[in-house]
Each structure stands twice: as structure tokens, then as C-alpha cells.
Design a binder for this molecule. Structure first.
Ligand code: NAD
Length: 478
């Protein structure tokens, strides 16, 4: 649906916000069971509407049905079940021991809901990245306004239908639209903003949040390096990189963006990678338009953007190691592998976010960290190596949102690992307990006992005895 046909009704957005604000206050007094009921409603809806979801996402960018099950439905169901299993423990106040200077006091950390939250989602995993954060948001006791991506209209419409069938609009509501609608939403004093998208729009969101000093979680993107050293198991590396890079047609925030490989392993790796691409996505042959297991590019604009990145790299000297077919009308782009890529080409400067993998060689281990550190901090770093010393040295000399050794992308679905970037790739963490904490205010509470307390020693008048005591505390206790 176009922005104009959305007919943005600013007053309606403001009254919805006000309704949610009042509801959020009431939710604070609710029992935990009510939050569980909300999560179970979402779980039941998903279980009863899997095919509708598969069809919607297929209509948006040709994602194979089974890929929707594994990468959109499974992670959300896992998030719900993990949250239901642990919510009582996460939401219970954490008791804090008293140090000597606080003898007699009792302290704890309470987890209060932040209030009204805005969740802004991207198009590339249009269900998972809308509903995943919603689980943490509701688990923490908040209300939510969701703004799905305008680029995947079938999925966004289904999400709107789903939310309207499960919740009153004062609890959870979906507002569709693009930049204009989001700008209106961002002008409101939300209690938390959870944004998933590009670093460029992340900056817009953070600027808007600053106006109201609203807290933010920014789940952004970047160029995730994938290192393969001389000791790596090449066949495993090729199989796992083929999957992590080309699932969702390369439109994955944590996909390996480029490979940095020891020069002695390049030829063999490219040949193995080609084999695994064919066996996973092409039914044993070159990937073509008949492949049932390969998604499409989301829009013509993105198709042209990715194609232009390849053309620019080739003009600057890159060799095409694998090139299949492409069809702009159907937005089909088969996997492309490039080598001899100049570091000055656009493909080595921008996030690729498509099925193109540049392979860069190195001869000396020390070159690897230099390349990675020359770029903004990535969302993920992948190291295929059986040399512990090399791995440890690389991990400690670089920064990334997450590190994954001898595999890629699997960090996303581990329920007990925090998910998020660092600086340009994001701020704050999501998933499981970390998601719950992002949507909660960790409120310390301290209770004093009656009568004499250790803090009296710090009250004036500062008699010689008190000064001595304070000196003693400074020296031995504080
Ligand atoms: P995007 O930043 O273009 O859009 C994200 C959201 O912001 C959409 O809902 C869009 O409507 C809204 N938006 C767009 N322009 C806006 C503006 N000017 N003002 C306010 N809101 C605006 O991102 P995208 O193209 O949907 O997704 C791709 C990007 O998201 C990639 O960079 C990718 O790495 C990143 N991403 C990150 C994660 C993660 O978990 N870290 C997950 C998926 C995607």
C-alpha cells in the first residue's frame, strides 16, 4: 500500500498513543499470568496460520515455504516457549546482598515495564523481526505499537490482521506505512523504541529518540567478515557459508558479507562453495529460476542496487568466479562469487545485502585484523579455523556484535545468547532474557531498618570520633 493511500491520520495516531499510555499504567498492576496469556495467544495463532504466513512471505519475495518455517516461524515459537519457561524467574525481583557500609538494609532490583513501546521492523525477515521483539516487549509488561515494513505488504497486512484478532488496540496495535508514517510515530514520547533496520535510518531513529530522551534498542546491519585460515576444514566452511550467505537470497543482516581467506585455500574453497550452492539451492544443478529452494530479491530497486555493486566491482578489476542467470522483472538473481576484488570498490564499502560474495585473499595472518578494523564494527564475525591461537588473537584484536567459530549465522537462534551489534551495527541487545531486560527498567529498591544505622556515621556534626571512623572506613572498608 502506498504512503498516500495510507492517508496518515495524525490525530488517530496520537489518540492511539494516549490510549496505550493509559493502558500501560494499568498493566503495571496486572498479574504475570496475563502476560503469559498474551504470549500463548500469539503461539496459538502461529500454529493455526502457518500456511497463511508462508503464502504471504512467498508473495512478498518468493521465499520457499520451508524456509519460512525454519527462519520466520521456528525462531518466534522458540522465543515464546523460552520466555514462557523463564518469565517467572526473569520478572522476580533480584535480591542484592548488603556490603558492610549498608549493614541492616535490604535491597533488590525490580523489573518494571517501560510503558508504551514502538517496534519498527525491516522487510527481510518480515514476521520474525516484528513478532520476535513483541514477545520480549509483552513479556516485560508493556504495550506496543508495531510499524512493519512497507516493502513486504502481504506480510504486513497479515500481521495487522493477526494483531487485531488477538489484542485490543490499547494493548498492541499495528500501523502500516513508510518513512512518513514512521516520522509521525517517532515524534511521540514513547517509553522505548526498538528499531531493526539499516544504520542510516538507525541514526534518524536515535535523533528522534533524543528529543524525548527515549531509550533505544537499535538492531542494525553492516559488513560481517568471514575468515578462513589455512587450518580450516574447507568442506564444512563451504557448506555452512553457502547456507548462511544465500538463505533468504542473501538478504540477511548477519549473512557473511565477504570472505577473507588464506591465499593457499582460495581455489579449493571456491570450487567447494560452488558445489554446496548447487546442492542446497539448485537441486544439484546451477541455481536457476526453477529452483524451489531459493528466494527472490525484495524489490526492483534492490535488484538494481546489487547488480550495480557487481558491475562496479568488475569495472575495478574483480573476477567473476560464479555467475548464473538474472531476471530483473522477476527479481531473480542467482548466487555470484567474485575474487580479486579491489578494496576501493563499492561492494567492499557498503553492506551487500544480496546474493553476492566477494572473496579477498591474504598471505599473512596480521592482515586480517587490519582489514576488519578498517571498517565500522560489524554485527557478526565468523572465523573458520582450527588454530586456537589465531582465533583468540583475532577475537581480541577486533570488535563485533557476536563471534561465531567454525559456523555462521547460528548465533541468532541461541536462546541464551544476547543478540545485537556494537556502534554502527547496533546498540542494546535482544532475545530471551536480554530482550526482557531491554524492555524493562531495572529499578533498584533499598529498604532501611529502624533505629541506629551505619549511615549515621556520615551525618554531621563531624566530631573527632566520626572523622576517625570515616578515615577508618576510607582506608579499610570503602
Ligand atoms: P530500513 O532502515 O530501510 O527500514 C527499516 C524500517 O525503517 C522500515 O520499517 C521503514 O519503513 C522505516 N524507515 C525507512 N525510512 C525511514 C525514515 N526516513 N524515517 C523513519 N523510518 C524509516 O531497513 P530495511 O531495508 O528494511 O532492512 C535492511 C537493513 O536492516 C540492513 O541494513 C540490515 O542489515 C538491517 N537488519 C538488521 C537486523 C538486526 O537484527 N540487526 C535484522 C534485519 C535487518
Amino acid at each position: 500500500m502506498s504512503e498516500n493511500s495510507q492517508n496518515i491520520n495524525i490525530q488517530a495516531i496520537q489518540s492511539l498513543f494516549q490510549l496505550q499510555k493509559e493502558k500501560a499504567l494499568r498493566l503495571r498492576a496486572e498479574p504475570l499470568q496475563n502476560r503469559e496469556v498474551r504470549l500463548k495467544k500469539i503461539e496459538n495463532w502461529i500454529l493455526g496460520n502457518q500456511e497463511e504466513l508462508q503464502k504471504a512471505i512467498f508473495s512478498d519475495f518468493g521465499k520457499p515455504y520451508t524456509e519460512t518455517t525454519t527462519s520466520e516461524i521456528f525462531p518466534v515459537l522458540a522465543e515464546i516457549r523460552h520466555t514462557l519457561a523463564h518469565l517467572h524467574r526473569w520478572a522476580a525481583p533480584t535480591k542484592i546482598d548488603a556490603p558492610l557500609t549498608y549493614l541492616g538494609t535490604r535491597s533488590e532490583i525490580r523489573y518494571e515495564p517501560k510503558g508504551v513501546c514502538l517496534l519498527i521492523a525491516p522487510w527481510n525477515y518480515p514476521f520474525n523481526l516484528c513478532i520476535g521483539p513483541l514477545i520480549s516487549c509483552l513479556a516485560a509488561g508493556n504495550t506496543a505499537i508495531i510499524k512493519p515494513s512497507e516493502m513486504t505488504p502481504h506480510t504486513s497486512a497479515l500481521i495487522k490482521k493477526m494483531i487485531a484478532s488477538l489484542f485490543s488496540e490499547e494493548e498492541v496495535s499495528v500501523i502500516e506505512g513508510g518513512a512518513e508514517v514512521t516520522t509521525e510515530l517517532l515524534s511521540l514520547p514513547f517509553d522505548h523504541l526498538f528499531f531493526t533496520g539499516s544504520p542510516a535510518i538507525g541514526k534518524v531513529v536515535m535523533k528522534a529518540a533524543a528529543e524525548h530522551l527515549t531509550s533505544v534498542t537499535l538492531e542494525l546491519g553492516g559488513k560481517s567478515p568471514t575468515v578462513i585460515d589455512e587450518t580450516a576444514h574447507l568442506n564444512d566452511a563451504a557448506r555452512r557459508i553457502a547456507f548462511g550467505k544465500f538463505i533468504n537470497n542473501g538478504q540477511t543482516c548477519i549473512a557473511p558479507d565477504y570472505v577473507l581467506i588464506h591465499e593457499s585455500k582460495k581455489e579449493k574453497f571456491i570450487s567447494l562453495l560452488n558445489e554446496h550452492i548447487q546442492s542446497q539451492f539448485g537441486g544439484g544443478k546451477k541455481v536457476d529460476e526453477n529452483s524451489q529452494d531459493y528466494a527472490r530479491i525484495v524489490s526492483q530497486k534492490h535488484f538494481q542496487r546489487i547488480d550495480a555493486l557487481v558491475q562496479d566491482a568488475v569495472q575495478k578489476g574483480a573476477t567473476i568466479e560464479l555467475e548464473g542467470s538474472k531476471n530483473e522483472r522477476t527479481r531473480f538473481l542467482s548466487p555470484v562469487i567474485l575474487s580479486n576484488v579491489s578494496m576501493n570498490s563499492r561492494i567492499m564499502e557498503e553492506e551487500i545485502f544480496g546474493p553476492v560474495l566477494p572473496i579477498i585473499t591474504y598471505s599473512n595472518d596480521s592482515e586480517v585484523a587490519t582489514v576488519i578494523n578498517s571498517k565500522p564494527k560489524p554485527l557478526g564475525m565468523y572465523i573458520f579455523s582450527n588454530n586456537k591461537k589465531f582465533r583468540e588473537s583475532l577475537i581480541s584484536s577486533t570488535s563485533a556484535g557476536a563471534v561465531c567459530i567454525n559456523d555462521c549465522v547460528i548465533q541468532f537462534t541461541h536462546p541464551d545468547l544476547p543478540f545485537g551489534g556494537v556502534n554502527n551495527s547496533g546498540i542494546g541487545k535482544a532475545h530471551g532474557h536480554y530482550g526482557f531486560l531491554s524492555f524493562s527498567n531495572e529499578k533498584p529498591s533499598i529498604r532501611q531498618k529502624r533505629g541506629l544505622s551505619s549511615t549515621y556515621f556520615f551525618y554531621p556534626p563531624y566530631t573527632p570520633l566520626k572523622k576517625k571512623l570515616i578515615d577508618f572506613i576510607l582506608r579499610w572498608v570503602a
